[in-house]
Write a protein that binds this ligand. Structure first.
Ligand code: NAD
Length: 446
């Protein structure tokens, strides 16, 4: 049995390598020649814990190969897993051009019966469109079937999530094809849910929208805490102890980012527009998140006034720890604002510099350590709770900063410890600490 995985991004590469790890023969195809060159040599172009070692092992044992040649990718294959990007169009809808290009190439190259499995996140109805297009473009003697198999892995724990998935969703209107794909996943020994094709497509969007809702909800509660004097960490803990609510995704902060939640919530909103259905909660979730992402910057302006010429350190750039992905990262939005405000910016992130440098180049100072980033800074923003940042010794801030002022978008530190370290410390949904100390223009209450 021969499997091809189309697209070697976070989803495609993890999928391909994990399939090889359980013993399948896998070909990975990408239109990015440099990625294919690196992967063929066992070098991983993305940061994903454990992936490079697993890649190297499977390359060495001959279970996985990488190609830039569409003919090699699509000829003599039984299963084609499509994991190309479906980014956001300007109007918020899902951009399906990469998927369509892949389907066109399959149409040109397929030479035997195959099952096409769509892993990319796509709007309801897309899989049916893929089937129709292939029917039109492939010779009559070749039979294709299309199966929806949305992906739920999280960047930063992609391998773990693949081997320990809560569920594997397989959607198909052709029972035999659905069964065959479900059987492929049997060695993972995880729960498999077989549904019709449209339900599988919607499960993905509804799941992401629900998680985004939890985040926006707890951020709204955090904002209410700031008005009422309650502490969001205690409130979230008390809520999460209720098993009906659960503690996951109840961490208040500066809003969700990344390559999935922002675009998937907007694509779902577009889908509801198409069906003329007013999904009120979803619209609020998106609005609350976009406001939340700006909160820390406005708090800093309120406390410090003009940021022009101020030395600002931004700690953490990836949209969350353990990834180098900066797509829709709150830190990127903050840096854009800080540059507009003409602040002098140093940054620290353990792995995301390649992507950040592509965006901002020499306009930032890229420090190798937290110490290096905060040295001489007037203000620090904490944007990603990497362990190197969340576990940073608070006593070190005063060693490197003249008047340590910290805006913490991830509630990394204990309020009492921040107070005793002499920090001016402003976090999310908790009382600000030491705000009046030597600071003019302070509108915040200690
Ligand atoms: P990505 O942008 O990291 O990778 C996509 C890859 O596809 C790129 O390497 C690109 O060069 C390649 N590609 C584009 N067109 C191609 C073509 N015609 N043929 C071959 N390769 C092509 O994307 P990603 O983050 O892996 O996401 C892929 C899909 O999975 C998206 O629909 C996304 O919404 C979904 N998803 C992503 C995650 C995640 O955490 N990143 C999780 C679940 C689902």
């Amino acid at each position: 049995m021969e499997i091809t995985v189309v697209g070697t991004g976070y989803v495609g590469l993890v999928t391909g390598v994990c399939f090889a790890e359980i013993g399948y023969s896998v070909t990975c195809f990408d239109i990015d020649e440099s990625k294919i060159a690196a992967l063929s040599e066992g070098r991983c172009p993305i940061y994903e814990p454990g992936l490079e070692e697993m890649l190297k092992r499977n390359l060495k044992e001959g279970r996985i190969r990488f190609t830039f040649d569409a003919k090699l990718a699509y000829k003599n294959k039984d299963y084609l897993f499509i994991a190309v990007g479906t980014p956001e169009n300007e109007d918020g809808s899902a951009n399906l051009e990469y998927l369509e290009a892949a389907v066109d190439q399959i149409g040109l190259n397929l030479n035997r019966d195959a099952v096409i499995v769509i892993k990319s996140t796509v709007p309801v109805g897309t899989n049916e469109g893929v089937y129709k297009k292939l029917q039109e473009n492939i010779p009559d003697k070749i039979q294709v079937k299309v199966v929806s198999n949305p992906e739920f892995l999280r960047e930063g724990s992609g391998i773990l999530d693949t081997f320990h998935a809560d569920r594997i969703v397989v959607g198909s209107d052709d029972h035999e094809a659905g069964r065959a794909v479900a059987d492929l996943y049997k060695p993972f020994e995880r729960p498999i849910l077989q549904t019709d094709i449209r339900s599988a497509e919607l499960i993905k969007y509804a799941s992401n929208a629900f998680l985004a809702t939890k985040i926006s909800f707890i951020n709204e509660v955090a904002n209410l805490c700031e008005h009422t004097g309650a502490n969001i960490e205690d409130v979230a803990k008390g809520m999460g102890m209720d098993e009906r609510i659960g503690s996951q995704f109840l961490k208040a902060g500066i809003g969700y980012g990344g390559s999935c939640f922002p675009k998937d919530t907007k694509a779902l909103e577009k889908l509801t527009d198409y069906y003329n259905y007013d999904f009120k909660i979803l619209r609020s979730v998106i609005e609350v998140n976009s406001r939340q992402k700006q909160q820390l910057f406005y708090k800093a302006c309120e406390l410090l006034g003009n940021l022009q010429g101020k030395r600002v350190a931004v700690l953490g750039l990836a949209f969350k720890p353990h990834t180098d992905d900066i797509r829709e990262a709150p830190a990127v939005e903050l840096i854009v604002r800080l540059l507009e405000a003409q602040a002098d910016i140093s940054v620290y992130d353990p792995v995301a510099y390649g992507n950040v440098a592509d965006l901002f180049g020499s306009r930032l100072y890229y420090a190798e350590t937290v110490d290096g980033a905060i040295k001489g800074a007037d203000v620090v923003f904490i944007m990603t709770e990497w362990p190197q940042i969340a576990q940073y010794d608070l006593e070190r801030f005063p060693l490197f900063m003249r008047e340590p002022v910290i805006f913490d978008g991830r509630n990394c530190y204990d309020l009492a410890e921040a107070k005793s370290a002499g920090l001016t410390y402003v976090s999310v949904g908790r009382k600000a600490v030491n705000v009046n100390r030597n600071l003019e223009n302070s509108g915040l209450q200690s």
